[in-house]
Design a protein around this ligand. Structure first.
Ligand code: NAD
Ligand code: ZN
Length: 342
């Protein structure tokens, strides 16, 4: 089968010919139709420090996908051949306390497809049946392929009660934009999204009825005044990983504000903890998606009018992967979806 392989411990990715994965009794084999390119894949492509210490080579990468079940293991009874699915890329164990309590997203033994396990940038993917998520007809394959990052956005946006609250989202990457769209959909009052990239802010305004602010050129405090906000934001969703964005967020929260952190800083940075203490701010780290509550909620929202399709700005055949990775690395696009059916 065709697959995008991290074949060597150096910058790049290579289209290879790999054997179709063999499945175990609890697995399904998925014929991959569409995949999304994630920032993680760009890190793996660039072979940065994190990738070099995390990714075994050679390995098929990719973890955002949608496709169709073409084979199932002998113990799998709840999924049918021909069933369209996406799936959770975090593969959990069943021995930790968290796992045995059903809190799968807190399992310390978690492994990731396309990170420590063979991934989805391929014509076929092996996945534990437990991880497969059936797609209704209303969610097509390209939306199915971005449920993983939408799930990050939903997990973050729903970390705190945002109904009727003023929400600040820092970082208008694909996940920040989707998080802001979710905040709007579930009934936040003002949703402000910041970035320093005008193209990304323009995309944010196309995807949802939210207020884009370029913090390189605009003053956030005056935007708040214009919106009639007196004290500050009630809830913050940090989606950039930029130290400056977190500082700015903390400075513009209400006393007792709540912040959910999804963005991953590229390195440790100094940070004014005193402000968090004196302003009694809650900080909550968010990783991945809750299994499988996040999946349930995001699919229910998609079926009840949440529309994030415009966050997909490029669709390309998988054979154009080099151009697709260059576009993803440029930081100018929304989601880029590869088609594996050609
Ligand atoms: P992205 O890199 O595409 O977007 C980040 C955005 O932040 C960019 O548009 C950038 O211009 C903007 N930015 C930079 N400095 C800023 C500042 N000072 N103020 C406001 N915005 C600023 O990332 P993405 O794919 O949308 O993902 C969002 C973040 O979430 C990334 O840090 C990613 O690594 C992280 N992530 C975390 C998880 C998790 O499970 N915790 C999962 C996926 C992604
Ligand atoms: Zn991803």
């Amino acid at each position: 089968m065709k697959a995008l392989v991290k074949a060597k411990a150096e910058k790049g990715i290579w289209l290879g010919d790999e054997p179709v994965p063999e499945i175990g009794p609890k697995d399904v084999l998925i014929k991959v139709n569409r995949t999304g390119i994630c920032g993680t894949d760009v890190h793996i492509y660039n072979w940065d420090e994190w990738a070099a210490r995390t990714i075994p080579v050679p390995m098929v990468v990719g973890h955002e996908f949608a496709g169709e079940i073409v084979a199932r293991g002998s113990e799998v009874t709840h999924l049918a051949i021909g069933q369209r699915v996406s799936g959770e890329g975090h593969v959990v164990g069943n021995t930790s306390r968290a796992s045995r309590a059903g809190k799968f997203h807190l399992d310390p033994e978690t492994k990731g497809i396309g990170v420590n396990l063979p991934g989805a940038f391929a014509q076929y993917l092996r996945l534990p049946a437990f991880n497969a998520v059936p797609l209704p007809d209303t969610i097509d394959d390209e939306l199915g392929a971005i449920l993983d990052p939408l799930g990050n956005a939903v997990h973050t946006a729903l970390a705190f009660d945002i109904v009727g609250e003023d929400v600040l989202v820092t970082g208008a990457g694909p996940i920040g934009i989707m998080g802001a769209a979710v905040a709007r959909h579930v009934g936040a009052r003002h949703v402000v999204i910041t970035d320093v990239n005008p193209r990304r802010l323009a995309l944010a305004a196309e995807v949802a009825d939210i207020t884009p602010v370029n913090v390189a050129t605009e003053d956030l405090r005056s935007v708040m005044q214009r919106l009639g906000m007196k004290e500050g934001f009630d809830v913050g969703l940090e989606m950039s990983g930029a130290p400056a964005a977190l500082d700015q967020m903390i400075a513009h929260m209400v006393m007792g504000g709540r912040i959910a952190l999804l963005g991953i800083p590229s390195q440790p940075f100094p940070f004014d903890l005193g402000k968090v203490v004196f302003r009694m701010i809650t900080l909550k780290g968010i990783y991945g998606r809750e299994m499988f509550e996040t999946w349930h909620k995001m699919m229910a929202m998609l079926e009840s009018g949440l529309d994030i399709r415009k966050v997909i700005t490029k669709r390309m055949p998988a054979s154009d992967y080099a151009q697709a990775f260059a576009s993803a690395a440029s930081g100018e696009e929304g989601k880029i979806v590869l088609d594996w059916t050609g």
